[in-house]
Design a protein around this ligand. Structure first.
Ligand SMILES: C[S@@+](CC[C@H](N)C(=O)[O-])C[C@H]1O[C@@H](n2cnc3c(N)ncnc32)[C@H](O)[C@@H]1O
Length: 193
């Protein structure tokens, strides 16, 4: 009897370790599959950006590539902004939606599973980004922002910068890695082209 118990115990332990290894591997490999990796924006950077932008209740904040939702959970709790996250990775989408429920923030933070490039940005006052400079996604987002976002609305990119000719206006770089941009008036964009 005890032999069966030992075999069962060993089986359960090995299955647990196997699942854990798979889970960890998924998080590291998903960066190669879906673009930018798992790394979340540091809280200090989120705070600096929020204070620079003077976030206040009622503003609409998007996080494009929302990962596990860290940026939006922080901002929704502290600044009472309305939050929308877009995430391409199904596992991160499911987990972030689950965390929103556990934190009882599902009315304030909504997650959408999909590609940033298919998502309309016209309702956003502020868009947070922590993506990659290698996939060309920053340029595509700048083009979308110029067409869809309101003049004067902001984009904050952690680490990665938009190209100088992208059309969005660099307002300031905080600490060299938090880049704050604004969307110019359509007339200004047309005149510059
Ligand atoms: C570096 S993580 C940042 C996560 C989150 N913004 C944060 O700071 O905590 C980048 C996230 O963007 C997601 N991502 C990359 N390309 C995407 C795309 N085209 N559409 C939606 N999500 C994307 C990745 O799956 C990843 O979760």
């Amino acid at each position: 009897m005890w032999r069966i118990a030992v075999i069962l115990f060993a089986y359960l332990i090995s299955m647990g370790l196997f699942s854990l290894a798979g889970f960890v591997a998924y998080f590291f490999l998903s960066g190669f599959i879906f673009g930018a990796g798992f790394q979340p924006t540091p809280t200090e950077a989120i705070e600096k950006a929020a204070q620079t932008l003077r976030l206040r209740g009622g503003m609409v904040v998007y996080d494009l590539g929302s990962g596990l939702g860290k940026v939006l959970f922080h901002l929704s709790k502290k600044y009472e902004v309305k939050c929308v996250g877009v995430e391409i990775d199904p596992l991160k989408f499911v987990l972030s939606s689950l965390i929103a429920r556990i934190k009882k923030l599902e009315d304030k933070v909504q997650f959408i599973r999909g590609n940033i490039l298919d998502f309309d940005l016209s309702n956003a006052d502020v868009v947070f980004l922590f993506l990659s400079s290698e996939t060309g996604i920053m340029e595509k987002i700048a083009s979308k922002a110029l067409v869809e976002m309101k003049a004067g609305s902001k984009l904050v990119s952690y680490i990665h910068e938009f190209d100088k000719g992208s059309g969005v206006f660099l307002e300031q770089s905080i600490g060299g890695n938090i880049h704050v941009y604004s969307v110019p008036l359509r007339e200004v964009i047309t005149l510059n082209r």
